[in-house]
Design a protein around this ligand. Sequence first.
Ligand code: NAD
Length: 445
Amino acid sequence: MNYEEKLQNVSVLGAAGKMGSGILLLTAVEMADLQLKPENRTKSFILNAIDVSPVALSGLYGYLKTQVKKNAEKKVVQLRQVYKDNPDLIENSDIIEQYVDDVMKVVLFSTRVESTYESNLIFEAIVEDSDIKVKIFSQILENNKKNPWFLTNTSSVPISELDSRSGLKGNILGFHFYNPPAVQKLVELITTKNTNKELIEFSKIYAKNLNKKLVPSNDFAGFIGNGHFMRDLLFGIKKVEELAKEMSFVEAVYAVNRVSQDFLIRPMGIFQLMDYVGVDVCQKILQVMQLRLKDENLHSSLIDKLINQGIKGGQNSDGSQKSGILLYSKGKPVAIYDPKKKDYDHIETFRSSIDVKLGKLPTSHKPWKDVIANKQRDEFLKSYFKELASLNTFGSNLAKEYHISSKNIGLNLVKDGIADNDDNFNTVMLTGFFHAYGPINNFLD
Ligand SMILES: NC(=O)c1ccc[n+]([C@@H]2O[C@H](COP(=O)([O-])OP(=O)(O)OC[C@H]3O[C@@H](n4cnc5c(N)ncnc54)[C@H](O)[C@@H]3O)[C@@H](O)[C@H]2O)c1
């Protein structure tokens, strides 16, 4: 079966979730574009959008339609060519409407796993729980006689484990999109020595057609991206625990969050990133990693405490940030949660005193947005870190420590064979986490 034939019957499991909805959108567009080729017009292309939540599925319909329309608006010139034989489509709006109809016709919404039984290809983006994933894979395998291929979006569960527990015989790989899949260019590709070579080839073509950047990660719990993020977050939490001996807990969170964002020129501070990904998602990933990496302490009692008190972060359906350890107003953190008080403290009440304690940013400092737009980014970063190294303030020392820890996490991921080389690790940080620089660098040597 070639690439196009494989894509004639596809399912997305967890289609109404954060990741599943993006995977559905990208795949629906790819499949409709194939169907609209003159030689494919008589063939059927079916994409099952499957989710256990009927309410979420009805919201998904509206989301998909809006996003496909946006996609059509961007490529209307190309679509005019696709529909050149249809004399009824005159205005751009006619073409856009027709394309939205054609994409939506490909998608069938369902709450039933049985809809996967005719699929050649199954994208899985359900909850991060290996037992549930194994159960659903095994059920499909038993009932689907087409020997389907599985592309799982798991953030942390080793693929070899899902493969052997579900009896998939190498017909599964990790195709780890970043959030949101429709926007983020990076996909971590996780294969094992047993992975079906044709499935690997298929994934490479699919990624290329979706204009994604594939970085291979070896099959260890957490892979490259979360392998760094989780340990970087645990380092931030450890620093908070240390600082909380000399200042309040919320002040310590503010200090570490600010240092990891401003002093290190990252797109967001470490606690904002935890909220963005979801405190509950971080807890699940840490649990998966801890179970499989027993020699390392990958547990955080702070995260458990937050979850027990209902502090989860994540996004609302309109994309806005839900409150987590930080409370947001217009997308900006304005207060910090104190688990002892079970309430938020406003940042304005302590911002200036902690800023004085941290000390000034290096005089050459520029915000992350300016740095990523800077054509001489490397030159700038070298001199910025040189100045940072020369300072002996509370903030600069914490930033140096943070940077070295992040670099060491990267070096260990390479040493332990999770990333093949420094470049692959740095690419994940640059492309998947939008860092302005790869942490494995010589800026502070
Ligand atoms: N959120 C992220 O930033 C992110 C990034 C990369 C990978 N991931 C991974 O992607 C997967 C999905 O994460 P998410 O954040 O989109 O979760 P989510 O909770 O937003 O979505 C999961 C969806 O799956 C549905 N679901 C649950 N069980 C199901 C079942 N048995 N059959 C069909 N649908 C079912 C739920 O109703 C929900 O809509 C997880 O494995 C996660 O680790 C998440």
